[in-house]
Design a protein around this ligand. Structure first.
Ligand code: ADP
Ligand code: MG
Length: 704
């Protein structure tokens, strides 16, 4: 056996054999953090480091400190509360001020272990409570001499509640990682090829792993971080780049050579307004793709109201000019039927056959549509996911549009590819702009087009933040707006786990609003209603027979009622930034000044207050998306969950590490250009790593 296979075997050691772990803890680690082998454990990277060589004074404490060390003594103990609410407080001082050390668990143990008036080194995270600094559940050491105090940078590990209950806190994780490293007798084999290591200028894998857990000094820590972040991003990019080059070599695309009668007569006679420059540019980009002989996979990003639908429609006419059918898939029935109506209206005097297929299309009509698609009589099909069912077969599908793509699963989208003997061109549209770094990672194999311009004459929506105790003035404002002829949305959050309570909130809200506005018609809408009921309510609202719509977020996506000018969002703190922006996009679609009112309780977390500020300050979807990414991290952004990216990133951060990301992409591109199939012997290690990684990860390729 060669040395390197021996080491591979060490990394594959079941964690239960690591000193200090055992079967019980191993099970917890398996379940909680997916750590099964020593190799997995070593890739459970610290999330921060604490400088244990620095001692702080109480009077230095401020709100921005993560972890600190203090040296001093306890003056008195006090207990508060009863039963599960009981807490123990130790008043602690170092002569420069007081902090409270607080315990909620293990109280009797703590009381018996620590004594008043004895020197301790206290280590923990200060927070403020009722005007006083406190440190909950600090680490306590009896005072040590300078010599045996832990010094340098100490790694801190994320742990879950369950792990903590089984004594697997950060310190314990550090200990078992130390024991695990102790089992490794040889240097770890490289996980990157030599040429990549050289281009990226990174330190060896072995040194990176050691220093990420036990940094010898800050410089080595930085190098270790760089190496591991690079590696993580590099493999994602390598996979995408390899797939792209593969696809371009293999898949032919339908060729749309001409612009013909359909597009011409639409452009000349039916287009109700001038295209914006951005719309023109995007249509040009799509035409270039569709004439190239390669299959198009393009992501169209454009803020709410930027006119993506029209772009889709015009591209479909180009497809039709070239003898191809098209389809448009929307995430909800409301949206699909709105698109259908828009298309039908815009194409009304033209000889274009448009059909609508949703879950609630009647059997007879459905069969007629199926037949019309097969014969080629229907040119454009609009629908919900009903249109990906196997029974839906086309005569010659050439162009597919997917609206609000983050709502669809990858598998659903991939199904559309097989609706012709060669995959159709695919355009996915989203109003949730994705920052470039994220797009490169999540949608890395898609080309991106951006509409960065709103149609002329739009007034930016004015956004206000109001506390829920002060609704009176807002109701007055709503009344005035309705008297001016406008319409109002009031949205309540809906979170699935507590759907019942939320629906109750909606019902109560509806009753209350109707009581406040007896002179107006108030309708309500939620996801549990039958499609026909929703449609009926929508029609009533569109026709301005109802002035106020009380709704859950079912109206979030796409709905277009230009006369609606006020969007009130109840419990706005429960929504993410991109969702708030989407909701706000339902107003401001007409010529009138529109408003969005965010209602929250007075007490808000810092993050939430920041979110409300961003909303009131900016109307720009890209700014909001960047802010969202910074505030929440990519894990919570819509679209990242299904792709699995968020879960696979262990150390790299798509916001902070974008320079590393761009470099990783470059190196991956150079490499694939030289060795597209990774066949050279020095690239064997890359191929192995890729297949190991894609084994437990989402298949990056099939995003389109
Ligand atoms: P979104 O990009 O959010 O899907 P839509 O396609 O629904 O936006 O367009 C929003 C509104 O703007 C629609 O009422 C549409 O008719 C209108 N619109 C689209 N393009 C233009 C344009 N170039 N000039 C004026 N209005 C436009
Ligand atoms: Mg739209």
């Amino acid at each position: 056996m060669s040395i390197s296979t021996l080491i591979m075997n060490v990394l594959q050691t079941d964690i239960k054999f690591i000193p200090g772990v055992g079967p019980k803890k191993a099970e917890i680690l398996n379940k909680e953090i997916d750590v099964f082998t020593l190799g997995d454990l070593l890739r459970w990277y610290p999330y921060r480091y604490v400088d244990r060589s620095r001692m702080y004074y109480v009077h230095e404490i401020d709100g921005s400190m993560p972890y600190i060390q203090l040296k001093g003594h306890i003056t008195t103990f006090e207990t508060f509360g009863e039963g599960r609410k009981k807490r123990l407080v130790a008043h602690f001082t170092d002569g420069t001020g007081f902090v409270d050390l607080v315990w909620f668990q293990g109280i009797s143990f703590i009381e018996s272990k620590y004594k008043v008036n004895q020197e301790y080194v206290v280590f923990g995270k200060p927070s403020i409570f009722g005007n006083k600094w406190n440190i909950p559940h600090p680490e306590m050491d009896t005072y040590m001499t300078e010599a045996d105090r832990p010094d340098g940078l100490m790694a801190m590990y994320n742990t879950t509640e369950k792990m903590k209950n089984h004594y697997l806190n950060s310190k314990a994780m550090q200990k078992i990682i130390e024991n695990g490293l102790g089992m490794i007798k040889e240097r770890l084999p490289e996980s990157l090829s030599d040429d990549v290591i050289k281009s990226a200028n990174v330190i060896p894998f072995h040194d990176a792993i050691e220093n990420i857990h036990f940094p010898k000094n800050p410089i080595l820590l930085r190098d270790a971080e760089f190496r591991l972040k690079f590696e993580e991003l590099f493999y994602i990019q390598l996979n995408i780049v390899r797939y792209m080059s593969d696809r371009k070599g293999k898949l032919n695309g339908f060729i749309f050579t001409k612009v013909g009668e359909y597009l011409h007569s639409f452009y000349e006679k039916h287009l109700p307004f001038q295209l914006t420059e951005a719309q023109k540019r995007v249509i040009r980009e799509i035409r270039q793709d569709a004439a190239s002989g390669e299959q198009m996979n393009r992501l169209l990003q454009g803020d709410v109201g930027s006119g993506k639908t029209l772009v889709a429609l015009m591209c479909m006419l180009i497809a039709l000019d070239n003898g191809f059918q098209s389809c448009l898939m929307a995430p909800t029935e409301i949206l699909a039927s709105q698109h259908f109506e828009t298309f039908a209206k815009m194409l009304s005097d033209m000889n274009v056959n448009v059909a609508l297929l949703t879950g609630s299309t009647k059997k007879k009509e459905r069969e007629a549509i199926h037949a019309g698609l097969l014969s080629g009589e229907i040119h454009i099909l609009i629908g919900t996911h009903a249109l990906i069912e196997d029974v839906v077969q086309f005569n010659n599908l050439g162009f597919v549009v997917i609206d609000e793509q983050h709502r669809f699963g990858v598998a659903q989208r991939a199904k559309l590819w097989s609706k012709n003997n060669q995959p159709p061109h695919v355009l996915v549209m989203t109003a949730t702009p994705i920052p470039r770094t994220l797009a490169m990672t999540v949608y890395g194999d898609l080309d991106v087009s951006i509409i960065d311009e709103l149609p002329p004459g739009r007034k930016p929506v004015q956004t206000l933040h109001r506390f829920d105790k002060k609704r009176g003035a807002m109701y007055q404002f709503i009344r005035e707006q309705i008297q001016l002829g406008r319409q109002i949305y009031i949205v309540y959050p809906l979170i699935e786990e507590s759907e019942k309570i939320d629906l109750q909130n909606l019902e109560d809200g509806h009753k209350q609003i109707q009581k406040i506005f007896p002179e107006f018609t108030v309708v309500k809408m939620h996801g549990r209603m039958k499609p026909a009921e929703k449609e009926e309510v929508m029609q009533e609202f569109v026709a301005n027979k109802a002035q106020i719509m009380v709704s859950t977020t079912v109206i979030e996506v796409g709905v277009n009622v230009p006369n609606a000018s006020v969007m009130v969002i109840e419990s706005a703190q429960r929504f993410g930034l991109s969702q708030l922006h989407q909701l706000r996009g339902r107003v401001g679609r007409g010529a009138e000044q529109s408003y969005c009112v965010l209602i929250t309780p007075y007490e808000l977390s810092q993050d939430t207050r920041r979110r409300m500020e961003i909303m009131t300050e900016s109307n720009d979807g890209f700014v909001i998306a960047e802010a969202d990414l910074k505030l929440r991290g990519p894990g919570d952004l819509e679209g990242t969950q299904q792709s699995g990216v968020a879960f696979s990133l262990r150390i790299a951060d798509l916001v902070r590490d974008n320079a590393i990301l761009f470099r990783a992409r470059e190196i991956a591109e150079e490499l694939i250009e030289k060795d597209p199939k990774l066949e050279q012997s020095e690239h064997k290690v890359l191929k192995q790593q890729l297949s190991r990684l894609s084994g437990n990860r989402y298949d990056w390729g099939r995003i389109g």
